[in-house]
Design a protein around this ligand. Structure first.
Ligand code: RB5
Length: 146
């Protein structure tokens, strides 16, 4: 299974640690940058992550900026992407089980590395339940058609 990971300048160090953590969990990882601490614009990297997921180049995406918010808004603009921006593991878990999210974002200036790893674990280790949630997830996708 493939994970695409992207970030802005505020999250290079955290991205590097999370990329290695995700690899160690057995996933193949595509790193779309940035790998520079020089100031850059998060929409570019959010879009890269979103497009890789929407085109099925990757199964899931992880995007990190200062808060996780800007890069999450950007990724969520791509059709077919369902983003969760999480600063704790419970929401990450439920977003997978109920909302079938395919992009996870968080903030390098909001959570520490150990919390980030717990968030990633809950998100990657749980599965979409379908059932009563399927109708609602389909309704989310229908919004993109209107
Ligand atoms: C960059 O300074 C910061 O605005 C960005 O990383 C992010 O937090 C935006 O949502």
């Amino acid at each position: 299974m493939k994970i695409v990971i992207g970030n802005d300048h505020s999250a290079v160090e955290m991205k590097n640690e999370i990329r290695e953590y995700v690899k160690a969990k057995g996933y193949e990882v595509i790193d779309v940058g940035t790998n520079s601490g020089e100031s850059c614009d998060y929409p570019l990297y959010g879009e890269k992550v979103g497009r890789a997921v929407a085109s099925q180049e990757a199964d899931y995406g992880i995007a990190i900026c200062g808060t996780g918010i800007g890069i999450g808004i950007a990724a969520g603009k791509v059709k077919g992407v369902r983003v969760c921006t999480c600063s704790e593991p419970y929401s990450a878990r439920l977003s997978r089980m109920h909302n079938n999210t395919n992009v996870l974002t968080f903030g390098a200036r909001v959570v520490g590395i150990e919390m980030a790893k717990m968030i990633v674990d809950e998100w990657l280790d749980n599965v979409y339940e379908g059932g009563r949630h399927e109708r609602r997830v389909l309704q989310l996708m229908e919004i993109e058609e209107r």
